[in-house]
Design a binder for this molecule. Structure first.
Ligand SMILES: *[C@@H]1O[C@H](CO)[C@@H](O)[C@H](O)[C@H]1NC(C)=O
Ligand SMILES: *[C@@H]1O[C@H](CO)[C@@H](O)[C@H](O)[C@H]1NC(C)=O
Length: 433
């Protein structure tokens, strides 16, 4: 659900007289005269310019953060174009989501007022209560970040930690993949080559390969040590990418395969060395929303057709269909996901010289985590429920969890006994296994 800028503004004619002579209004007064709350700009403005086209530029002593419901960051210079109830072409304000900062590109309020204010952060609008912005806030100076905070020029759409936890890869609306060094908090590489928004990104469990998937459907492999593409774009999907999952390292080292899911309804298995699609998993009747390569060697796909399908991966045969959700299946999470993602790497930072050794350690970690229980899968749905199931044992769900509005995100904890979920109701829930 992405509320778009209402065309109401196009019909709304507002004539704003700029006082050229005499006392100039403060920038806060100018915001107010445009039906916008004064608190959109913080205290500490040293100077501003404003012309009769609505273009304004505001200067602050220093870059600073102001706390609202979440934090906003103001650069030293903030500029934009004012029209009634709206600021467009905004630059110099970022909003925080988790630990990432998204540039705010526009702000608008409803006319007449609904009591809400909307921040355009690229692909979605963040929505706040208007009353938060009644008065200008104190703004606390920030140490200019070494780089981690800044870089992408459009919203960040995907992030993934490297299996050893030393690097972070991010994919964004600006079509780039960026690699960051988490120790020094500095950017390492900007990878350009994707044709559209980078919606998914996945590391190989040995940390040596990276693959991104975009809104135009193509996949691109990257060398995370140089930031360079490895091979040409992988084409096959006809619609946008909705997920990528790697074959676990304990099943296939050094260079396993990976699977990609698409809105076109198919999942595709790719051979990383050949850079070729080796199997196409077709059968879902609507878009895929999620894909996971499980530790027992099967692939799980979730779809808008309300089902989850389980596939074997030597020939791509459908082996099980999990029904029960009454609406789109959104996220999937495995109880073993943490060990699958990190392979042989643990908190000790131990490095491995051979892939055989890596495979052996990864298998030990996987078995230890799984114990005697079957691998568990959690699915979240637009039907407001989550299912906990053991697909290798039964087609029916074991536990049904309710209480959310649409469920958009689930993940299991590193020890596998807790599940975190988030939904449209903006509530994050923790469940004990
Ligand atoms: C901010 O604006 C001032 C005055 O226009 C300009 O001299 C300065 O370079 C700008 N600073 C940045 C970081 O853009
Ligand atoms: C990828 O293809 C090559 C060449 O056919 C083969 O040797 C290799 O085993 C394949 N990789 C996987 C993970 O199946």
């Amino acid at each position: 659900m992405v509320p778009l800028i209402s065309s109401i503004f196009l019909h709304f004619i507002f004539i704003f007289a700029v006082v050229v002579n005499g006392e100039q209004d403060s920038i806060y007064e100018i915001l107010k005269a445009h039906g916008l709350p004064m608190g959109l700009l913080p205290k500490g403005i040293t100077q501003f310019e404003y012309d009769d086209t609505g273009r304004f530029e505001v200067h602050l002593d220093q870059a600073c953060n102001a706390k609202f419901e979440s934090e906003l960051r103001y650069d030293r210079n903030v500029s934009g174009t004012l029209s009634y109830g709206e600021i467009g072409a905004l630059s110099g304000i970022s909003a925080q989501e988790l630990f990432l900062w998204f540039p705010v590109k526009g702000i608008r309020v409803d006319v007449p007022s609904s009591g809400l204010i909307y921040f355009d952060v690229g692909v979605v609008f963040k929505q706040f209560s208007l009353s938060l912005f009644e008065t200008p806030r104190d703004c606390i100076a920030v140490r200019e970040c070494a780089g981690l905070c800044q870089g992408h020029t459009e919203a960040v759409l995907s992030v993934a930690f490297s299996p050893d936890g030393r690097h972070l890869a991010s994919g964004a609306g600006d079509t780039t993949v960026r690699l960051w060094d988490l120790n020094t908090q500095t950017p390492m590489f900007t990878c350009t080559g994707h044709k559209n928004w980078v919606l998914s990104i996945a590391w190989s469990p040995d940390g040596k390969h990276l693959v991104g998937g975009s809104k135009s459907g193509e996949l691109q492999c990257w060398d995370p040590h140089t930031g360079k593409p490895t091979g040409n774009p992988l084409n096959g999907h006809k619609k946008w990418n909705t997920g990528i999952s790697r074959e676990p390292v304990h099943l296939n080292a050094p260079r396993g395969r990976f699977v990609s899911a698409s809105k076109d309804g198919d999942a595709r298995i790719w051979n990383d060395s050949l850079k070729k699609c080796v199997i196409c998993l077709s059968g879902h009747t609507l878009a895929l929303t999620c894909v996971k390569w499980g530790g027992d060697g099967v692939i799980y796909t979730g779809s808008q057709d309300c089902t989850i399908k389980v596939w074997e991966t030597s020939q791509g045969k459908l082996i099980r269909e999990l029904k029960g959700h009454g609406h789109w299946v959104n996220p999937l999470a495995l109880s073993t996901e943490y060990v699958l993602r990190t392979g042989a790497f643990d908190h000790t930072g131990k490095e491995y010289s051979t892939s055989e050794e890596m495979k052996k350690v990864a298998l030990e970690r996987y078995n230890k985590m799984k114990g005697n229980a079957p691998e568990r899968l959690v699915s979240g749905s637009d039907d407001f429920t989550m299912f906990l199931q053991e697909p290798s044992v039964s087609k029916r769900h074991k536990v049904r969890m309710t209480g959310h509005q649409q469920v958009f995100a689930v993940d299991s904890s590193p020890v596998g006994e807790r599940v975190a979920s988030g939904g449209k109701d903006r509530v994050l829930k923790l469940w004990m296994g």
